[in-house]
Design a protein around this ligand. Structure first.
Ligand SMILES: [Zn+2]
Length: 433
């Protein structure tokens, strides 16, 4: 019988994940150690988490001053992408720690924590390990409440070869050598702000970087393949200008201490807006100063602006469930034009909006299998289907119409908005993470 999908039970709520991961780049496996600070809201004998292809070795839970309870049975469900951890007695209510030891795979499928092949100048093939968790593949890297509404903070530690660069959402807090393993080092990253699992990211590989700071003092680093720093200069300039634009336009400070732009050799889409560590397909970020065309530079400016808009739309303010994906993608797709028009006025980028964005939406919308901008999503396996021209381009086109009508000055609207909120509170909740 086919199991039916349902959202995760909410007897436990994650507060903070302490994740320690050690990739084995030769065997493409990793060992994971996870300690999740949780609030047990309702006494229960089992905990259901999302998990795919992870081999859980043991799990324990300890709540306040009660005894440690060791799991008596761990049951994965491939179909539901969950693992149910059974305990021999009730977990008492209160705050505690769920500890899990497990082994995972650094896969080839460009999702979860995966390997990306690159060639060094001598022709030798090597692998970087990068993440792609949107929409629902954090569960391939660590057992978690892998739904956008289950926000938590993250303390990430990576144990990596000494000659590799390790990057994550936050800056490095500390590094140390590992006794008995002279080739390895332990890299501890600062705690993230509260965020959704699909935005967690890390990368281990060989990269150079260049850096700059915005007017407001935010650090921006652009990573490049070894020896190609020159190819990162355009993206760095675009990122500095775009982040400055958005901070002023939204009048909400960028909440992290830095943002990194990281090119990944194998990448399934154009880019991914991980908070503080945006990943890109190499040709969507790197500009060869000798050979890249103006249209390539425009395209990269648009992508950089799109991903940096997401640092607010999606990362800071997040949809409660994937049904509202267009609020992420429609707004980012509209804001990329708003930003590029301001920071690269010479491109006259709005002249391309109708042909590049609205016509793209018409094309899919003319088909029988089109769908409303907001479409009910049940299982996360259905989410991939709506990363399409409707959510992005039709969403952006509708928002552009609204923006043309309302304008940038919303002071008159604010007055009415506060009244409107009194009547619409339940709906507003769905977009505020
Ligand atoms: Zn996007």
């Amino acid at each position: 019988m086919k199991a039916t999908f349902s959202r995760l039970p909410v007897a436990l709520r994650p507060i903070n994940y302490v994740l320690k991961l050690k990739p084995h780049i030769k065997t493409f496996q990793f060992t994971g150690s996870e300690s999740i600070e949780v609030e047990v809201c309702k006494s229960t004998t089992s905990v259901v988490l999302n998990s795919v292809n992870l081999d859980l070795k043991e799990a324990t839970i300890k709540v306040e001053d009660h005894d440690i309870i060791k799991a008596c049975n761990i049951v994965p469900s491939e179909e539901l992408e969950t693992v149910t951890i059974h305990f021999p007695r009730d977990i008492p209510r209160g705050k505690g720690y769920l500890n899990i030891e497990y082994i995972g795979e650094i896969g080839e499928q460009m999702k979860g924590w995966y390997r990306a092949k690159y060639t060094i100048s001598e022709g030798e093939e090597r692998y970087a390990c990068s993440t792609m968790f949107e929409p629902s593949d954090a569960r391939r890297c660590f057992p978690c409440w892998d739904e956008p509404a289950h926000k938590a903070t993250f303390d990430i530690t990576l144990i990596v070869p000494k000659d590799r660069t390790a990057i994550s959402n936050m800056p490095i807090a500390s590094e140390k050598n590992i006794e008995g393993s002279p080739e390895l080092r332990e890299v501890v990253f600062e705690r993230t702000p509260i965020m959704s699992t699909y935005l967690v990211a890390f990368f281990v590989g060989e990269l150079d970087h260049i850096r700059d700071t915005t007017e407001m003092g935010r650090l921006i680093r652009v990573f490049t393949p070894k020896g190609l720093q020159e190819h990162g200069k355009f993206a760095l300039n675009a990122a500095v200008k775009s982040l400055t634009f958005f901070e002023k336009y939204f009048d909400v400070p960028y909440p992290l201490p830095k943002v990194d732009l990281v090119p990944v050799p194998d990448f399934q889409s154009g880019a991914m807006e991980n908070w503080g560590m945006v990943t890109f397909r190499e040709d969507c970020m790197l500009v060869d100063p000798e050979n890249s065309s103006t249209s390539r530079k425009q395209w990269i400016a648009i992508i950089v602006a799109h991903e940096l808009a997401h640092q607010w739309f999606g990362n800071l303010v997040t949809m409660e469930w994937w049904t509202h994906l267009w609020l992420n993608e429609g707004y980012a797709s509209f804001s990329e034009y708003l930003c590029v028009d301001s920071v690269f006025p010479e491109y006259e980028i709005w002249t391309q909006f109708v042909t590049d964005t609205t016509f793209g939406a018409f094309s899919l919308d003319s088909m029988k299998n089109s769908h409303p901008i907001e479409v009910p999503v049940n299982s996360p396996s259905e989410v991939d289907e709506i990363f399409d021209e409707i959510s992005y381009n039709k969403g952006a086109s509708v928002i552009r119409m609204l923006h043309s009508y309302i304008g940038d000055d919303v002071s008159w609207l604010n007055k009415y908005w506060s009244n409107l909120c009194l009547y619409r509170k339940p709906n507003l909740k769905s977009i505020i993470g």
